[in-house]
Ligand binder design. Structure first.
Ligand code: SAM
Length: 253
């Protein structure tokens, strides 16, 4: 967990505003008027993430996320998620009306923005992390979006996975533990093959500087059709608080 610590702080300054408190707030962006019940323990924060130009364009969207200071990967907005969400926003015409599934969604920023721009979204995370799944339901309610929330553990073949036919699979910072790569890619490859024409779009920290994606493409016989530096499309007002080698890739069978 330590290697992510610095990023926790950075997110506070990267085009999002954050309030620390023990309750929830909604802003004027179509958020729910009902206040979801707070988690049972741990200090929560509410962060606001803005999508649009820095001058406040007409079609701008704001997403509110509930985060927790608890030591759980899935209760915090990681920098990769900011980058993937921005990519979805900038490519929003591509997402209107399509089926999207987010893997390891955690606080779900990319999936929520996909839903805001008109995609039919299923947010998923580890079936055993009930608190993360509960938090996903809360943020959907808070942002007034109708996403399905589902437990989906990588490499586990529950019946529900067989009927999923996403056109886009999203995953932010899901390549962080090499011991989970095989399970993750078994699930990704199954979903890609089960839904012809689909694409996996993922943002990840290239911490080692090695050719991770090339290695995974050969191993899983997949094709990387796009590879971008995550900062190449991030507006400067969002990029200023982030650092690291974050890449975004699109992968197909
Ligand atoms: C580093 S966090 C990224 C969270 C979120 N996507 C973001 O970028 O803010 C990794 C996420 O993967 C989820 N995860 C880890 N192992 C998993 C597994 N085996 N199956 C499904 N999800 C898993 C965690 O619960 C967590 O939400």
């Amino acid at each position: 967990m330590d290697k992510f610590r610095t990023n926790r702080v950075r997110v506070r300054h990267c085009g999002s505003s954050m309030e620390e408190n023990n309750s929830y707030t909604t802003d004027g962006d179509g958020g729910s008027t009902e206040t979801p019940p707070p988690p049972k323990e741990g200090m929560t924060t509410v962060s606001h993430h803005y999508f649009g130009d820095s001058n406040g364009s007409d079609d701008a969207v704001s997403i509110t996320i509930i985060e927790s200071m608890k030591e759980d990967y899935g209760l915090f907005v990681w920098p990769c998620s900011v980058i993937l969400a921005e990519y979805v926003w900038q490519q929003r015409s591509r997402f209107t009306g399509i089926r999207v599934i987010e893997l390891g969604a955690g606080t779900s920023l990319p999936g929520l923005i996909a839903a805001k721009v008109g995609a039919h979204v299923i947010l998923t995370d580890d079936s055993n992390r009930l608190e993360v799944l509960d938090n996903m339901r809360r943020v959907c309610e808070l942002n007034n979006v109708k996403c399905e929330v589902m437990g989906l553990t990588w490499g586990v073949w529950d019946e529900s996975i067989f009927s999923l036919q996403p056109q886009v699979i999203l995953g932010a910072d899901v390549l962080y533990d090499s011991s989970a790569f095989d399970n993750l890619f078994a699930t990704v490859k199954f979903l890609l093959e089960n839904s012809p024409g689909s694409v996996f779009i993922t943002s990840y920290h290239n911490r080692s500087g090695h050719h991770l994606i090339e290695f995974l493409m050969v191993k899983w016989q997949l094709k990387c059709v796009k590879l971008l530096d995550g900062f190449s499309f991030l507006p400067s007002w969002k990029a200023s608080g982030l650092s690291g080698n974050i890449q975004l890739v699109e992968i197909r069978v």
